[in-house]
Design a binder for this molecule. Structure first.
Ligand code: SAH
Length: 469
């Protein structure tokens, strides 16, 4: 082992940073976060250090470094661009047995600063002993995705209960098992979902009953899977995918995303192809209730975002009525995915100040839209579920006063390898659609922003670029 790992308490203790540039500023920021009282020695300060000084967070000695500057401190950082100065700081600090770090010069350091995943009070530090900071950062990124952002809140909650739990479980083994069930169970999930009070209550109950009783019901996670590219999942979606015992998904969810589920999870397909709903919505609602009542964690995975034309509202209404705990995890909606991957910003200072999301497909199969609202100027209209009705959409928009040469885009299977972008105008689109074999899911974008596609398209699915008219 090249270094001895440790976490150093510098709270309220004097630390000295020599150097006033951005590199110094980053070290100052870390030291301040850990509560250190930082003095910066440097004739000049960069902007962010000036801001800190103005906010009273640091002290400043506006001068060049001299040996007297590191007399009264517990730690020194040298971040000047003068190699000789850095070396002399290192030497003097070592004579005084002061821990010293010289930025980017491991041979002059007695300590290195690790890459940090900060979920205070939980901290994970990664070091390659200076061998490869890039590798350390990469590892850090991977770990960031594994550790929920609210881990710190969970740790704080556990800290609150430490004495109580100790009193209830004098036996070390039992206590450990208790904590394990807390960390992997519903209490932790409540904390991650931001239901801290409920988590605290559940903890009290669990300790009083002496066990983490399996709650009466399981839980439902209503999760947005995004438009297709698995990389667009949220961290939370991924974590819950790896946790749920049952996953209920529909047609819009890609195979690659299902591959991320826990290996032994039951995958239940509930379809939803146009006109042949494999399972009526009411049955899906009831299915969620039934499985959760068996004590299982059920993940209801939906394309895009669950609350945008996703019937998420209907599903949780039933859960609410039945008293089943649930949480909702947003996803990237098709409009956002299609816009980004097709290079069509939905708003733009020159073309559109607002964006309207509508569905072209109503419960009764008709397309009954507020056409006057749709034809307003400086607006982008995004139509979900509109492929079948695209011809009548174009016709109605023209009838209600939109210019026949208003650009319109069809984005097929956005963000996936099969993405295609078909661009035309209101007049020519009906004909174009007949010529092309467009496959669902498809999103329609109407408005002048569509013109930007030509300039801004960047995504090349399978290396095929998109087609214009
Ligand atoms: N909740 C989903 C929308 C469900 S409605 C979301 O937020 O995205 C289904 C419609 O979404 C489809 O008919 C299509 O218009 C659109 N859609 C979903 N995924 C899409 C994709 N990858 N590319 C284009 N359109 C998509």
């Amino acid at each position: 082992m090249q270094y001895f790992p440790m976490f150093f308490n510098i709270n309220e203790r004097p630390c000295v940073v020599v150097g006033g540039g951005e590199v110094a500023a980053r070290k100052v920021s870390l030291l301040s976060r850990a509560g250190g009282k930082v003095t910066v020695v440097s004739p000049q300060l960069c902007e962010s250090l000036q801001r800190r000084l103005a906010d009273g967070e640091i002290q400043h000695k506006a001068k060049s470094y001299g040996s007297e500057d590191i007399n009264d401190c517990v730690l020194v950082v040298a971040a000047t661009d003068d190699a000789a100065v850095n070396r002399s700081i290192s030497e003097l600090a070592q004579q005084k047995n002061l821990p010293v770090n010289v930025v980017d010069q491991p041979e002059l350091c007695t300590f290195v600063v690790p890459s940090l995943i900060d979920r205070s009070p939980v901290q994970v530090a990664v070091s390659t002993g200076g061998a490869s900071p890039v590798l350390a950062r990469l590892l850090r990124t991977r770990l960031e995705t594994l550790i929920p952002a609210s881990y710190g809140r969970l740790a704080s909650l556990m800290d609150e209960f430490r004495d109580k739990v100790k009193a209830h479980f004098p036996d070390g083994d039992k206590r450990r098992r208790f904590w394990e069930t807390v960390i992997q169970g519903p209490v932790a999930e409540m904390v991650y979902a931001g239901k801290e009070e409920a988590a605290r209550e559940a903890m009290h109950e669990a300790v009083d009953e002496g066990v983490t009783s399996t709650p009466e019901f399981g839980e439902v996670y209503l999760v947005g899977a995004g438009p297709g590219d698995p990389d667009l999942l949220t961290f939370r979606a991924l974590r819950l995918l790896q946790q749920a015992e049952v996953i209920i998904y529909d047609r819009l969810v890609s195979e690659e995303i299902l591959d991320l589920a826990r290996r032994d999870a039951d995958l239940v397909y509930v379809g939803k192809e146009r006109d042949k709903h494999t399972l009526p919505q009411e049955d899906i609602n009831q299915m969620l209730v039934r499985i959760a009542k068996k004590g299982k964690r059920v993940l209801r995975l939906k394309g895009g975002d669950p609350f945008i034309f996703g019937r998420g509202g209907e599903e949780i209404e039933t859960l609410m009525e039945e008293g089943i705990p649930f949480q909702v995890v947003p996803g990237i909606t098709a409009a956002a995915g299609a816009a980004s991957y097709a290079g069509i910003p939905l708003t733009h200072r020159d073309y559109a100040q607002s964006a309207l999301f509508v569905t072209g497909h109503l419960k009764d199969g008709s397309m009954n839209l507020n056409w006057n609202a749709l034809v307003q100027p400086n607006q982008t209209v995004i139509v979900y579920m509109g492929l079948l009705g695209v011809k009548s959409l174009c016709q109605k928009l023209i009838e209600h006063g939109m210019a026949p040469d208003k650009p319109i885009a069809l984005v097929q299977q956005a963000t996936t390898a099969n993405q295609r972008v078909l661009i035309a105008d209101l007049q020519t689109m009906p004909q174009r659609v007949d010529q092309e074999d467009i496959k669902p899911p498809t999103l329609i974008i109407v408005g002048d922003v569509v013109k930007l596609h030509e300039k801004l398209a960047w995504f090349e699915p399978q290396g095929v670029s998109s087609e214009g008219s």
